[in-house]
Design a protein around this ligand. Structure first.
Ligand code: ATP
Length: 254
């Protein structure tokens, strides 16, 4: 289980994140919603070791990983699929995958690549193609495949549907669901709330740098509305998101 508690992250004097708490359980997808600039990417990158949090904790299966750098996080089985996919465009599909498995032995890498190919047949078909020539959807599959090469327990995903054709969004979300169904904890930031809610188990809503609501997807329609409407909806009792977080969530306004 990935547990993020009361994260604070600053850019110099700017406190971009001040009180973000999130959970992701093995086999489950936690969707992180919030308006533009709410602090979603900053939170995810801090959890993944690309920003050092000012305070708060990041734990995976009870192991404290707070403030560790990204390559250490990968060693501890947590990996980020970044916004914009960031595949290596001049390298082939299989070369990109091998980079994702850089910690493993050659034999292990070969075995894991075959697993990735069975999960993403398109990557097998395109194994010798330069990643930069793939469609956006195929590049997203490659970014997932590269993350899976490290055999993670937790995957953080930043806006996997960004820039994709609507038909491809559903395909990508189905893949996210399948990744979680293999027992991996998925923490996913996604602006396309409808697409994310269709496959998520839990939802966390971030507003102005802090977690304001967390709970099961079935209860999250209103949270999504607030995320989309932004702060204008905060005090509207009809939207009703200001209630306390669910028990055990450990999140809420501070
Ligand atoms: P979006 O959906 O638009 O990407 P977000 O919820 O992911 O938004 P962040 O990108 O995490 O939000 O930004 C949170 C806040 O931190 C914003 O106010 C943003 O302007 C600020 N911020 C982000 N990156 C930097 C940076 N490198 N330097 C200074 N401030 C930053």
């Amino acid at each position: 289980m990935l547990e993020v508690d009361d994260l604070h992250v600053s850019y110099g004097a700017v406190n971009a994140v001040h009180g973000v708490s999130m959970r992701a359980e093995p086999g489950k997808v936690t969707l992180v919603l919030g308006a533009n600039g709410a602090g979603k990417t900053t939170s995810l990158r801090a959890v993944a070791g690309f920003h050092r949090p000012r305070s708060g904790t990041v734990q995976l299966d009870g192991v404290d990983l707070t403030g560790k750098r990204a390559h250490v996080m990968v060693r501890h089985s947590m990996v980020l699929v970044p916004e914009g996919r960031r595949v290596f465009p001049t390298l082939t599909v299989v070369e990109n995958l091998r980079i994702g498995g850089y910690r493993a032995s050659r034999a292990q890498v070969d075995e894991t690549i075959e697993e990735v190919y069975s999960q993403f047949p398109i990557l097998s078909e395109r194994r010798g193609t330069a990643a930069g020539l793939l469609s956006g959807g195929e590049q997203q599959m490659l970014a997932f495949g590269r993350a899976l090469m490290s055999q993670p327990k937790a995957i953080l995903m930043d806006e996997p549907s960004m820039g994709l054709a609507p038909t491809m969004v559903d395909t990508v979300m189905t893949k996210v669901r399948q990744i979680a169904d293999r027992g991996i904890a998925v923490l996913m930031v996604e602006q396309n709330a409808d697409a994310g809610l269709a496959i998520a188990d839990e939802v966390s809503v971030i507003t102005r740098g802090r977690t304001v609501w967390t709970g099961p997807t079935a209860d999250a329609d209103r949270a999504a509305v607030r995320a989309v409407l932004g702060d204008a909806a905060l005090d509207d009792p009809d939207i009703g998101i200001g209630r306390e977080p669910t028990a055990g969530g450990g999140t809420g306004e501070r």
